[in-house]
Design a protein around this ligand. Structure first.
Ligand code: AMP
Length: 619
């Protein structure tokens, strides 16, 4: 099956373009021979009309070649010269009339069609894919905005043909984003209403899609079952506006009078701070800004709160579009089942939070928002080439769990569970005063983390210091009908919480699943023993510490012969812990267990004595 020539997925974007492929391990972006995952949609032509530079190189040198460097060609695709004139003001190059009132770009003596410019981009992506896959690539699924009309779609097909590619399907970008999450793929297709919120650097689009449920058989065209109910947007709203707002704040607060270069320097600092604030609560803006009179040094701490205040009016503008789209689609927020985020600016926590609140649904964020459209196009490609089966997900092929103390795995959802599936489990800390807990989500059948596949790691912070074992950590795993895993963790005493999303089956091939199953069987006995020993070590350490603490605290109140007995039992258990920690195979798990039991039994009296003492202290 892998030998069949794949149909690649291409996101032909205004600013950047990407190519992806989907095999049975799921969709993945194909990088260039130099390792770049995105191709800036910029082409420079020579005076003879030939491509002189493309992508990052063309963009880097754009300032020195302003008249023959073509960016944002997507805005002209399939449009008449009269329509294109509105955009001309934003584009550096000259737009003239071609045959049948079409738009053409003038480069020296040459007239170049938008299709030819897009073809240069597609040809480069084709080359990336052929280099990475090691064979010819002829077929592609290419995405376009949902609002593209027939002429714009036809122009995209023509561009593909010029590049030596057949566009097997032209798919709407929001539909592709939904497909990337497995929505609408396979037999589990259920009626759903989906909002796709796409906030890039300079443009905003919202689409409301309806997924038509599966009737019979499997679809050979997943995208076909999505209906676009409504679209809305703003062609001049995006992350760049947030950067501009930060720059304005800096200019208002300081005396700086930047030159054009200085302004650019400020924009770079602003964007860097904005990106940092997606993960941190505060960021320091520091740098030297060029002005006519010399350089000015800026240094300022920007908090997430301040950024949110600056970004809020912009996010609110996007919300108005969302409300209009819902009105046009005749749906209410309660009727939206899923929200998919696209575009780099949706990494801002404020955006995620506001969008979640507006649509009353936790947005899908597991996939890279810059790549999700290309990934979805690749999923459609795989379905068209008959490889869609691998993406079916009615049952989980491998168990899902998390790391516990000592590197053991606690399985929360077992393999072959049907989706949706949900499980919760309580955990605690193993060290006194621990204020953060690492949650490592793993997949596989083995008992130890090192033998499983790690799907992602995140940290629950903000737990007030408490003795080991006291925090009550509740972890919930929820795999929804689309196969997306939502992990959430809450510490009940403090209310500290954290949540994350993962697509467990991406990057997992059938062979890998089979190998993991085989290995689990082969190691079953050893694994069980090791898990047991690891748990015994952890629990014994807690016991030993507790008993040691009590003996010290109660001092002479403990009868000397009882104290001696406890110390002997503690010594025996301690020796087992030592040996087991060095090499779990070196000890007999049953004997270890018995030693621990003996101490547990003997320490009952100490527990009682300790409670009496505590009660006395409370009086
Ligand atoms: P796109 O056009 O989809 O690549 O989106 C680009 C926009 O996303 C730019 O405004 C970036 O500054 C913004 N962006 C990228 N990464 C982040 C991030 N981690 N946090 C906030 N904004 C980001």
């Amino acid at each position: 099956m892998a030998e069949a020539e794949p149909i690649v997925g291409i996101d032909l974007g205004t600013t950047n373009s990407l190519v992806a492929v989907c095999d049975e391990a799921g969709p993945r972006v194909i990088a260039s021979p130099n390792g770049e995952r995105m191709l800036p949609s910029v082409v420079r032509f020579g005076s003879d009309g030939r491509v002189e530079a493309i992508g990052a190189a063309a963009r880097r040198e754009a300032e020195t070649h302003p008249y023959n460097t073509i960016a944002s060609i997507k805005r002209l695709m399939g449009r008449g010269v009269d329509d294109a004139r509105d955009d001309a003001a934003f584009l550096g190059y000259e737009i003239v009339e071609g045959p049948n009132k079409t738009a053409r770009v003038r480069i020296g003596e040459q007239l170049v069609s938008p299709q030819e410019v897009s073809a240069a981009i597609l040809r480069e992506l084709k080359h990336w894919a052929e280099t990475a896959l090691g064979h010819a690539v002829r077929d592609a699924v290419i995405t376009v905005p949902a609002y593209f009309d027939d002429a714009q779609r036809q122009a995209t097909r023509d561009a593909a043909r010029l590049a030596g590619l057949e566009a097997k399907r032209i798919v709407n970008e929001p539909t592709a984003a939904a497909l990337a999450y497995g929505i609408g793929v396979g037999e589990a297709r259920k009626a759903q209403t989906i909002a796709v919120y796409d906030l890039g650097g300079g443009t905003f689009d919202i689409s409301i899609l309806k997924l038509i449920p599966a009737s019979e058989g499997t679809a050979d065209d997943a995208a076909h079952f999505f209906q676009v109910l409504a679209t809305a947007g703003d062609t001049h709203l995006g992350g760049d506006d947030v950067d501009a707002a930060i720059v304005r704040l800096l200019l208002d607060e300081t005396e700086v009078a930047p030159t054009a270069t200085g302004r650019q320097q400020l924009r770079v600092l602003a964007e860097r701070a904005k990106v940092a604030l997606s993960d941190a609560e505060q960021a320091t803006i520091v740098g030297e800004i060029e002005q006519e009179t010399g350089v000015h040094r800026v240094e300022r701490v920007l908090t997430r709160k301040e950024l949110d205040a600056l970004a809020l009016p912009l996010v609110e503008r996007s919300e108005l579009c969302c409300k209009r789209a819902m009105r046009d689609a005749k749906v209410t927020p309660e009727q939206i089942d899923r929200v998919v985020l696209v575009g780099g600016a949706t990494r801002m926590p404020l955006v995620r939070q506001r969008v979640g609140a507006l649509f009353q649904a936790t947005p899908y964020t597991a996939l890279n928002p810059d790549e999700v459209v290309a990934l979805g196009a690749a999923v459609q490609g795989a379905v068209l080439s008959g490889q869609g089966d691998a993406l079916l997900l009615d049952v989980l092929p491998l168990s899902l769990g998390m790391e516990t103390v000592g590197g053991a795995v606690a399985k929360l959802i077992l393999r072959n569970s049907t989706v949706p599936a949900r499980a919760t489990e309580m955990f605690s800390t193993s060290v006194d005063g621990q204020t953060a807990i690492k949650i490592n989500v793993v997949q596989g059948e083995r008992e130890m983390v090192e033998d499983c596949r790690s799907l992602g790691e995140f940290t629950l912070r903000g737990i007030p210091p408490m003795p080991a074992g006291i925090p009550q950590l509740e972890v919930e795993f929820l795999v929804d009908a689309n196969g997306v895993l939502n992990v959430s963790a809450i510490e009940r005493r403090s209310g500290a919480r954290v949540a994350a999303q993962i697509v467990p089956n991406h990057g997992l091939s059938r062979e890998e699943v089979e190998r993991m199953e085989r290995e689990a069987l082969a190691h079953a006995r050893d694994d069980m023993t090791r898990h047991r020993v690891v748990d015994l070590i952890a629990n014994s350490k807690l016991d030993l510490k507790w008993i040691g603490d009590r003996l010290r605290k109660l001092g002479a109140e403990v009868d000397p012969s009882y104290r001696a007995e406890l110390e002997r039992l503690c010594g025996a258990l301690d020796a087992q812990v030592e040996a087991a920690s060095r090499d779990w195979r070196s000890i007999d798990a049953d004997a270890f267990h018995k030693t621990k039991e003996a101490l547990d039994k003997a320490s009952v009296r100490l527990h009682e004595q300790s409670i009496v003492r505590t009660l006395r202290e409370d009086d």
